[in-house]
Design a protein around this ligand. Structure first.
Ligand code: USQ
Length: 381
């Protein structure tokens, strides 16, 4: 298939590009390096320097003889988006081109407005470009499990049947995000659903939980091909952060009691999920929603697992309970369904001590790069 990956420079984007390229697809990546600029602005660099996209594509070609085409541009610009999609003529578009950070979106008006403008603006342009240029293309959009929040009932995969005064209807599952970032993802889903109804687009919305991991089968430990690995309080996700904290000898930063629960997955499983849904598109006029995670853990479970794995490497790790900087329930019901991706063939990788110690070993080899001044949270809401 001809595939356009939007946000191809990111943690997930580049890993997906290599995965789909090796699976035989014809891949073009697009990015405007906004995320790199924000990292530079915050002074919070990833753990190891990542070469630019053109250099990564070059290394990939040398190693595999396969070509990943690179286009640099801003997908909030309509003229650019339309001509990019026209040139690429994709069968599938993997849309990762969004700011992914809840803390960033809550820092101040500018970061909030940038998240809103970027995330909704890109989605809107992509929808219009597909409609005008390649209406049969499949949009695979990265959503988040955080769209649902933590309601006191089971979470379904995107849809819920409602009985009301003897009648019934199927609606998008109620959503209540915990940050402006999560709210932009909710608005994306609503916008996609509107255009699916209006224009019979084919769309898959992947409600993904927090991802962990740093190497994939395609990158192995070749530094030029590994993803941006963030561990700072703005852009790092919790497991990746705990691993770096364990190596740096900093007490693990559990927010509040740590009893808040989320559905997690390995980076390798994100790649499988995206490929599986891309290779089995829904029919025109369907918004298919999949809950994309493998295992549910509380934050405290994770801290204890990381501490135990670090112990196997001779590291002594303390666990701290910080005042929770976020507006989130710490004690809550959590039972999300996640069967669709398993039915499509997902073979999950679970979080084991072996997986954690492998991450610890890689971070240990890079420990001289760790900047401890960006670990503690400074953004509160
Ligand atoms: N947490 C800690 N300590 C930390 C960092 C996080 O206790 O040092 C807690 C948070 O309070 C939260 C949980 O760990 O309860 C997850 O936090 P996170 O920073 O790993 O993830 P989150 O902000 O929710 O966002 C991440 C990605 C986002 C994606 C989301 C999926 O950055 O793009 O949408 O995971 S989900 O969480 O299911 O919404």
């Amino acid at each position: 298939m001809k595939v356009a990956i939007l946000g191809g420079d990111g943690y997930l984007g580049w890993a997906t590009a290599m995965h789909l390229s090796l699976a035989g697809h014809d891949v073009t990546v697009c990015d405007n390096f906004l995320r790199r600029r924000l990292n530079a602005q915050f002074g919070s660099q990833p753990l190891f320097p990542v070469p630019d996209l053109a250099e990564r594509a070059h290394v990939w070609r040398q190693r595999t003889k396969r070509c990943i085409a690179v286009t640099v541009g801003d997908l909030t610009d309509w003229d650019f988006t339309r001509s990019f999609i026209e040139e690429c003529a994709p069968d599938a578009i993997i849309h990762y081109a969004e700011l992914p950070s809840a803390p960033f979106s809550m820092a101040n008006q500018r970061s909030s407005a940038l998240t809103l403008h970027n995330n909704l603006g890109v989605t809107h342009n992509v929808i219009h470009a597909v409609h005008e240029v390649c209406p049969d293309a499949h949009i695979v959009k990265l959503g988040t499990m955080g769209e649902y929040g933590t309601p006191n009932i089971d979470i379904e995969e995107g849809w819920i049947e409602v009985q009301h005064k003897g009648r019934h209807e199927r609606f998008l599952y109620p959503r209540q995000g915990g940050s402006l970032y999560h709210t932009t993802k909710i608005m994306d889903t609503d916008m996609l659903w509107f255009y699916v109804r209006a224009w019979k687009l084919r769309v898959t919305d992947l409600m993904q939980g927090p991802v962990y991991g740093m190497i994939t089968a395609e990158s192995s430990t070749e530094p030029a091909l590994m993803p941006h690995f963030s561990y700072d309080a703005v852009f790092g996700t919790v497991i990746n952060r705990f691993i770096v904290q364990a190596v740096a000898g900093i007490p693990l930063t559990v927010f509040g009691r740590g009893t808040q629960r989320r559905g997690f997955l390995n980076l390798e499983d994100t790649l499988q999920c995206v490929r599986l849904v891309m290779e089995t598109p829904p029919p025109p006029g369907e918004l298919r929603i999949c809950n994309q995670f493998v295992e549910v853990f509380s934050v405290l479970d994770l801290a204890e697992r990381v501490a135990q794995a670090a112990g196997e490497r001779g590291l002594t790790v303390k666990i701290d309970h910080l005042d929770n900087p976020r507006m989130e329930a710490e004690t809550h019901y959590y039972n999300p369904t996640h069967t669709t991706l398993r039915e499509l063939g997902l073979q999950p990788h679970c979080l084991s001590t072996e997986v954690l110690t492998q991450m610890i070993d890689i971070v240990w080899s890079q420990r001289s790069h760790i900047d401890t001044s960006h670990i503690l949270p400074t953004i509160r809401w």
